[in-house]
Design a protein around this ligand. Structure first.
Ligand code: COA
Length: 346
């Protein structure tokens, strides 16, 4: 007999993985054997790529130069549309190093094009976060800001069987190529229920403006049937551990003299949102997720909100690449069943 359908595949185990472990009850994220709290802030993005790809060392510098020679003509597109189109035109046989380096290069070049500026050529001698920030801003960035972006890229590098990773694994399972898998994954990440939320989180903080307005604003949103961006998670029943990691990264920046314009407001809005959501959904613990403090951290690093989701892709791509290899190694096609509820012929 067929099992009943799990709505949204909630609770369904779709793969075995050695890449990351998400414990939603304890609020724990382990990336290739190490806690996210230990990795973010102490290891560079490339070092965590090496962990995930199971290689001694990763240098993305030469591949950034390779990718800079493959910039597309940017149309009037939104960031994630631009990323999807840019990655889709890479050679199908591109490697994990090339595709990962390319995402950072594309995000930076798109940001420049959007403000009418020419792209900045990569400097292959720099670390990935330092060079991506330099290519966005057009000048070398302070070490503290580089460390902030590095902590972000590491915090989002992999996260169990999230929607975009699952998409990449489905495509990998057909024995298709890495570029196709990453292109599909970008499409999945774009949606506001997944990686499209951090820009709207900043919009929300701006709309609220001051802590005393938070509760009423949030209640009006819920009454209008809208979701509070940056709150709630499919797996976590406690606060997303990455929210704390990113909040810590903002505090580190503040100690280094980089003031966040929104940290105090964000904390007040998070408290109010947790209370308002608890009153509305007493049986479901809806707390801050990664996107809430992504908005605060990347804003403090001085990046525009349109770049938040493209930079999410620039970090998560390393995880997609690792899952691609892991899935193909199983040799098994992912092909679930469906339950037909349409009419039958007479
Ligand atoms: N604001 C308001 N209501 C929310 C909510 C939020 N942030 N998150 C969940 N809910 C509500 C849903 O509306 C639903 O209510 P209903 O039963 O009355 O329809 C209930 O909680 C269960 O939601 P559901 O969508 O089934 O749970 P899920 O596990 O699929 O949701 C998310 C996970 C992330 C999609 C969801 O929490 C959400 O939409 N969050 C906001 C977007 C966001 O921050 N995305 C980034 C995720 S990292």
């Amino acid at each position: 007999m067929k099992k009943p359908m799990a709505s949204g595949l909630e609770g369904v185990v779709a793969a075995q993985t050695a890449l990351s472990h998400v414990d939603g009850e304890r609020g724990e994220l382990i990336i290739a054997g190490e806690r996210v709290e230990t990795l973010a802030g102490s290891q560079r993005f490339e070092q965590v790529c090496a962990r995930l790809w199971n290689v001694p060392e990763v240098d993305l510098g030469p591949a950034r130069v390779w990718a800079a020679a493959r910039l597309p003509a940017w149309g009037e597109t939104e960031g994630m549309d631009a990323m999807r189109a840019a990655v889709a035109q890479l050679p199908a046989k591109s490697t994990a190093i090339e595709v990962t380096a390319a995402m950072g290069v594309f995000a930076a070049a798109w940001a420049r094009a959007r403000s009418g500026e020419a792209p900045v050529s990569p400097d292959p001698r720099l670390g990935h976060a330092a060079d991506v920030l330099r290519m966005i801003k057009g000048e070398p960035a302070r070490d503290e800001l580089v460390a902030g972006l590095d902590a972000y890229l590491v915090a989002v590098i992999d996260h169990g069987m999230n929607a975009s990773t699952f998409t990449a694994r489905v495509i990998a399972s057909t024995q298709s190529d890495l570029v196709s898998a990453v292109t599909g994954a970008v499409g999945a990440l774009k949606g506001p229920l997944h990686g499209g939320a951090p820009g709207p989180v900043l919009d929300m903080l701006d709309a609220i403006g001051s802590p005393e307005r938070a509760t009423q604003w949030l209640e009006t949103e819920l009454a209008a049937g809208r979701r509070i961006m940056g709150m709630g998670h499919r797996i976590y029943r406690v606060r997303d551990p990455r929210a704390a990691v990113l909040e810590t990264a903002v505090e580190r920046l503040e100690r280094a003299g980089v003031t966040s314009r929104r940290l105090a407001l964000a904390r007040a809005v998070e408290r109010a949102a947790t209370q308002v959501l608890a009153a509305r959904y007493p049986d479901r613990s809806l707390q801050a997720n990664v996107e809430f403090y992504t908005a605060v951290l990347l804003d403090t690093v001085g990046l525009p909100r349109e770049l938040f989701s493209p930079l999410f892709a620039a970090g998560r791509v390393a995880g997609w690449c690792a899952h691609f290899v892991e899935q193909q190694a199983t040799g098994k096609l992912i092909r679930p069943a469906s339950e037909y509820v349409g009419p039958m012929p007479n």
